[in-house]
Design a protein around this ligand. Structure first.
Ligand code: NAD
Length: 299
C-alpha cells in the first residue's frame, strides 16, 4: 500500500472524523463537500475534534495542528480528487445521492483512484456499476467517534479486486484502525449483524413485560461476562435511533408489539428527554448507572 493522498467526500459527522483521523496519521487529505457553507461546518467540527484528540488520546497541540495543516477543503470534486490514491465516500445514506455521486466521481477521478463507501446500510454492489470501476470499489465502514471506537470493517463486493481489498486493509491499519475483513457482502456488516438482533430481542422481552430492564441486562452480563447489557448499549446508541428503527419496522409490518414498543420509547423516554447517555438519562441515569454498581450483579 503506497497511498499518500486521500480524499474524503462528505464532511458531516463521520466524514469530518475520517478526514481528521487520516490526516492525524500523516496522510494528505482533501475534503470535498457540496458548498462552502458545508465546508465551514466541517472546519468547526474539526476544531472540536482537535480538542477531543488532545483530551482522549493525549495528543499534543502541535500534533493536532500538524494534522490540520495536512488537510485542504474543496467544493470542486475534480480538484479534490485530482491526485487521490483513495476516495472515501461519507455522503448521505440516500441511494440516488450516492448513485449520482459515484457516476460523477468515476468520470473525473484519475484511473488509479480506489473508491470506498462508508455506508452503514447500503451494499457496495448497489453502486459498483455506477463507479465505472467495480474492481476498484469496496466498503470501508467506520464507527462514530473513530479515534476511540477504532473498528474498520472492510467489505468486498463480488467484483472487488483482491489486491484492492488487501491494500485498503493495510490503509485502515495505517490510520490506527483495527481492520476487520469481510469476504462477502453482508447487510449490517459484522457488528450490526450481531448487535441488532440482540437489541431487538431485549426490547421485545421488555414490551412483553417478561422482565424489567435491569433483570434483562443483569442476565446478559452475568451469563456472558459482558461489561454492558443490551439496555446499557441502547443508551449509548441513543433512544432516538432505537425509536426510529422500531417505528420504521412497525410501519412496515403493522406488527402490534412493534407499535407498542415504539409508543413506549416515545412516551416514556423521548418525550421526557431521556435520550440515553447523551442527555444523562435513558434506561439508566448517568454518570453512575446502576449497572456499574459492584452489587448490581448480585441478588
Ligand atoms: P451527515 O449528514 O452528518 O453528513 C453528510 C455530509 O454529506 C454533509 O456534510 C453534506 O453536506 C454532504 N453531502 C450531501 N450531499 C452530498 C453530495 N452530493 N456530495 C458530497 N457531499 C454531500 O451524515 P453522516 O452521519 O456523516 O453519514 C454519512 C455516511 O456515513 C452515511 O453513508 C452513513 O450511513 C455513514 N455512517 C454514519 C455513521 C454515524 O454514526 N453517523 C456511522 C458509520 C457510517
Amino acid at each position: 500500500m503506497n497511498y499518500k493522498n486521500i480524499t474524503v467526500a462528505g464532511s458531516g459527522v463521520l466524514g469530518s472524523q475520517i478526514a481528521f483521523q487520516t490526516a492525524f496519521h500523516g496522510f494528505n487529505v482533501t475534503v470535498y463537500d457540496i458548498n462552502d457553507e458545508a465546508l465551514e461546518k466541517a472546519k468547526e467540527r474539526i476544531e472540536k475534534l482537535k480538542g477531543r484528540y488532545q483530551e482522549d488520546l493525549k495528543a499534543t497541540e502541535e500534533e493536532v495542528n500538524a494534522a490540520y495543516d495536512r488537510m485542504s477543503f474543496y467544493s470542486d470534486l475534480a480538484k479534490a480528487v485530482s491526485e487521490a490514491d483513495l476516495a472515501i465516500e461519507a455522503i448521505p445514506e440516500v441511494v440516488q445521492i450516492k448513485t449520482d455521486f459515484y457516476k460523477k466521481l468515476g468520470e473525473i477521478a484519475p484511473e488509479k483512484t480506489i473508491f470506498a463507501t462508508n455506508s452503514s446500510t447500503l451494499l457496495p454492489s448497489q453502486f459498483a456499476e455506477a463507479t465505472g470501476r467495480p474492481e476498484k470499489f469496496l466498503a470501508l465502514h467506520f464507527a462514530n467517534e473513530i479515534w476511540l471506537n477504532n473498528t474498520a470493517e472492510v467489505m468486498k463486493h463480488p467484483g472487488t479486486d483482491m489486491k484492492v481489498f488487501d491494500e485498503v486493509i493495510e490503509f485502515a491499519k495505517a490510520i490506527g484502525m483495527v481492520a476487520l475483513p469481510l469476504h462477502k457482502e453482508q447487510p449490517g456488516y459484522i457488528l450490526n449483524s450481531l448487535l441488532v438482533p440482540l437489541l431487538d430481542a431485549a426490547e421485545m422481552l421488555l414490551v412483553r413485560e417478561v422482565a424489567d430492564v435491569e433483570t434483562i441486562d443483569k442476565t446478559w452480563m452475568i451469563a456472558t461476562g459482558a461489561p454492558k447489557g443490551p439496555f446499557a448499549i441502547l443508551d449509548v446508541v441513543g433512544i432516538t435511533t432505537a425509536y426510529n428503527i422500531v417505528h420504521a419496522k412497525a410501519e412496515a409490518t403493522g406488527n402490534e408489539e412493534m407499535k407498542k414498543l415504539a409508543k413506549l420509547l416515545k412516551t416514556e423516554y423521548i418525550d421526557k428527554g431521556k435520550l440515553g447517555t447523551a442527555t444523562g438519562e435513558g434506561f439508566y441515569t448517568y454518570p453512575n448507572p446502576s449497572y456499574m454498581d459492584p452489587d448490581f450483579l448480585k441478588n
